[in-house]
Design a protein around this ligand. Structure first.
Ligand SMILES: [Fe+2]
Ligand SMILES: [Fe+2]
Length: 315
């Protein structure tokens, strides 16, 4: 008897249990990815943006609701393996050396190893493990070419690169939309799937990416720490007057409303260890979960585990 047969007792609705089980497993994966992102003060909102861009690109590429849900989860989870990249490299404020870049290149494979044997791994393993592959075979970790790169990975790869180009880094400003779209077009065939790039560029030119670019949630523009430069992520549940802290320089801010948006105003105080703890954006994670879970192939994920009459949980 396997664990699902133990969990799904005969006197309960099997499908309800499976959905609840999937919901809890996915929430924990998304939360872990969020905490991994929180290690890097410069990449606030990257996972949300890549997830949202990936959803849009999947839709215009004609994917169905199940595939689109899977791609948007893959977009959020794609950098899970960055948990293995040391702070000294992740938070480095200068361009990386070749040796440091080799360390960065381990993150897709580490992400896959983290997902090994996870019941939901099949949904997101292509996005996590293969989002840095390139059609010309010069990507990593496997050097796959063209259509051997799974569709989810090709979609997330484009969205990831676009977000990297348009986000500020300590050593350079983020690119303007048109320049980043030009770069994507220049990388078509070699670095990116040419058909998907064309569709993504069309989205960009139509203004469909503007509400995601430079944002960390719907209607929440990114703020930056005026003292040291990294992103300050304001959450949907934050209130005017609430304090937030820069996890890089520890500076404190109060949230004030300016032109209808909450913005961070320096307080001139330093945060305590408790103030600087990352506070999980459960609201954002639950919204992502709710928009995807209903479309996931739950029964396929958990195989054909059937309840067995009379089985007790402690059998
Ligand atoms: Fe990555
Ligand atoms: Fe990324």
């Amino acid at each position: 008897m396997n664990i699902l047969q133990r969990l799904f007792r005969f006197d309960h609705d099997l499908t309800t249990y499976k959905v609840q089980f999937a919901r809890e497993l996915m929430t924990s994966l998304l939360s872990m990815a969020w905490f991994v992102e929180a290690r890097d003060p410069y990449t606030g909102g990257h996972l949300w943006r890549v997830s949202r861009y990936s959803r849009l690109l999947a839709e215009v590429a004609g994917l169905d609701e199940t595939e689109t849900a899977r791609v948007s989860l893959g977009g959020f989870l794609h950098d899970l393996g960055k948990v293995g990249v040391p702070d000294a490299i992740l938070r480095k404020t200068a361009p990386l050396t070749d040796e440091e870049y080799e360390v960065i290149k381990t993150h897709p494979d580490l992400g896959l190893r983290m997902l090994a044997n996870h019941p939901l791994a099949s949904l997101v393993k292509d996005a996590v493990g293969l989002h840095h592959e390139r059609p010309d075979g010069k990507g990593y970790p496997l050097g796959l070419t063209n259509l051997d790169i799974p569709l989810d990975a090709r979609i997330v790869g484009i969205c990831d690169a676009f977000d990297a180009m348009t986000s500020h880094r300590p050593y350079r400003q983020g690119m303007h939309l048109n320049k980043a779209l030009d770069n994507l077009e220049r990388g078509a065939w070699q670095q990116f799937d040419a058909i998907l790039v064309k569709q993504f560029v069309a989205l960009g030119l139509a203004g469909e990416l503007n509400h995601i670019m430079g944002h960390s949630d719907d209607n929440i523009p990114l703020d930056t720490c005026p003292m040291c430069g990294p992103t300050l992520v304001i959450q949907r549940t934050h209130q005017e007057g609430q304090h937030i802290f820069c996890r890089n320089c520890t500076g404190g801010f109060t949230l004030v409303k300016k032109e209808g948006q909450l913005r961070a105003d320096p307080l001139g105080i330093k945060g305590s260890a408790a103030d600087l703890e990352p506070s999980l954006d459960t609201d954002l994670i639950l919204r992502l979960l709710e928009s995807t879970i209903q479309h996931l192939p739950i029964n396929d994920l958990f195989g054909d585990a059937q309840p067995t009459p009379g089985i007790l949980l402690n059998d």
